[in-house]
Design a protein. Structure first.
Length: 231
């Protein structure tokens, strides 16, 4: 069954707000140590408002240039964040998946591609938020399974072609299987849950926390390319 991207954005964004509600907004985020909790909220809110504007513009040649500022005081910050999600979902609901839209990753430059990527933006940052206040819960298996595929297809793209070998990513819980690179050379096989594979690709987990067989250097190279491509 295809993932309902709009429902998943709403679900992950709601959980994000629940995680930070009532917490110390000045606390650091362990998985993104350069950010405080407030900085994380401001980031996701701005990202969602940026994509709402860009989707509404329906211009595949350039992004929105509109600036969005979060409230200066802590009061109203979560209301602003929830409003950001409403803006994004409203824009997506009034477009079709095939509607042209600028994307930083290139093709596919469609509103559907934006919706898909924003699921994973919200899911990973929800995990960040929960990590800042306690023990984070894994990303939903169906969301994470699509997240691995989406990361490799759009975020990483052709960068994986520089690998002098192949990396196979195998999901223990969903049965997902992805192979990156040249299968004629040396190889590495990574086994973990789909959630841990996504978090590994997005730099939230070290590779020491997953099972790796074969040439670990190839996995390091893949993660290095992934880190370069993330925005």
């Amino acid at each position: 069954m295809a993932l309902d991207n709009l429902h998943a954005i709403r679900e992950e964004s709601t959980r994000f707000c629940s995680a930070v509600d009532g917490t110390d907004l000045g606390a650091r985020v362990p998985s993104c140590p350069e950010w405080s909790v407030r900085g994380l909220v401001e980031h996701l809110g701005r990202v969602q408002r940026f994509w709402a504007d860009t989707v509404r513009a329906a211009d595949p040649q350039q992004p929105s240039r509109q600036e969005h500022q979060a409230p200066v005081s802590d009061a109203g910050l979560l209301e602003w964040m929830r409003g950001s999600t409403d803006e994004l979902l409203g824009a997506l609901e009034h477009s079709s998946p095939e509607t042209p839209c600028w994307t930083w990753w290139g093709a596919p430059r469609t509103c559907g591609a934006v919706a898909r990527h924003q699921v994973h933006e919200a899911a990973v940052h929800r995990w960040d938020a929960e990590a800042a206040v306690g023990d984070p819960t894994p990303i939903d298996a169906a969301v994470a399974d699509d997240g691995v595929a989406e990361f490799l297809e759009t975020v990483l793209g052709s960068s994986a072609s520089t690998l002098l070998g192949s990396v196979s990513l195998l999901s223990d819980d969903t049965g997902g299987r992805w192979i990156v690179g040249d299968q004629r050379g040396p190889y590495a096989v990574v086994r973990a849950t789909a959630s841990d594979l996504v978090l590994l690709l997005y730099g939230r987990l070290p590779y020491s926390e997953v099972e790796v067989e074969g040439d670990v250097t190839l996995l390091r190279e893949l993660l290095g390319a992934a880190d370069t491509e993330q925005t």
